[in-house]
Design a protein around this ligand. Structure first.
Ligand SMILES: [Zn+2]
Length: 285
């Protein structure tokens, strides 16, 4: 197995023009091949792949990982695994694998899924094939190009001075609370989506939206755009469909929330709490 250092860098690229020495990660649906000893992502070189006995359906160039060309292998359902490896759902690796690995895994899972779901042209029904230059599935009968699709979503921490608005989604398996989130609709701006989603979910209006950061979230194909926003007006009222509980929590008595190492929701919360905590320190201006 190939071990990466903390200085490893990954560069997204669609075409392997450099043809560097190849290394591979192995994908099966939302599962990834894991080294049973290190419990980390199993990256293999050409020789290991060649002698692995694995049955591979498709190969996808992902980008450059240091001085290697990185490919994702789509494993056949009946394939054997390399000794001392196992398949694990990507979700269970969140917070465990380093950030560089997260991007690689997210991109690999999404490209394999995109390829699997677009074997036929949505316009004329003919069989498609991978385009030679573009990262696209191509229909030679009607020249249709089908690019990988991501769905942008907003995820917003609403605050009112020392209070944070957190909500429980009906579909959460536990009593965990999180920030509000939703898909951006076709034709909508990000700012409009923030106002609409928050009003739909909890009936309040917000102001002073500030962009915080983003996260690729491949469950499936989402791009989470994180914002801080301030409460403006209205009484909290959960919609009852998606959100069953929505409450204001003082920053010193928060409920269970997602850890920052796993999700942008957790990072939005942590960054705001850190800001408030620093304010309490003597000499802070
Ligand atoms: Zn077509």
């Amino acid at each position: 197995m190939i071990t990466l250092s903390s200085k490893t860098t990954f560069v997204v690229e669609n075409t392997d023009t450099k043809q560097l020495e190849k290394i591979y990660l192995v994908v099966k649906g939302e599962d990834l091949l894991i080294d049973s000893v290190s419990q980390n992502l199993a990256l293999i070189d050409n020789d290991q792949y060649k002698w692995s006995g694995m049955a591979v359906k498709t190969e996808h160039f992902i980008g450059y990982l240091d001085n290697n060309s990185l490919y994702a292998l789509e494993l056949d359902n009946e394939s054997l695994l390399i000794p001392e490896t196992s398949l694990k759902p990507f979700r269970t690796l969140l917070g465990i694998i380093p950030d560089t690995y997260f991007g690689i895994c997210s991109r690999s899972i999404q490209l394999v899924e995109w390829n699997r779901k677009n074997k036929y042209c949505g316009t004329c029904g003919s069989e498609t094939s991978l385009h030679l230059v573009e990262k696209a599935m191509f229909c030679k009968d009607c020249n249709n190009l089908i690019y990988p699709r991501i769905s942008p979503c907003i995820i917003v921490l609403v605050t009112d001075n020392e209070r944070l608005l957190l909500a429980h989604n009906k579909n959460f398996p536990t009593k965990i609370f999180s920030t509000l989130a939703g898909f951006i609709e076709v034709g909508e701006t990000v700012e409009e989506a923030i106002q609409r989603e928050i009003f739909e979910e909890v009936s309040i209006k917000v102001k002073n939206c500030q962009y915080y950061g983003s996260q690729s979230w491949p469950f499936p194909s989402q791009l989470m755009l994180g914002f801080h926003a301030e409460y403006e007006e209205g009484d909290l009222k959960p919609d009852g469909e998606e959100i069953d509980i929505a409450e204001w929590f003082h920053y010193q008595s928060l409920p269970d929330v997602p850890p920052g190492r796993i999700s942008i929701s957790g990072r939005l919360i942590e960054s705001y709490v850190n800001k408030l905590t620093k304010k309490d320190l003597p000499g802070f201006t």
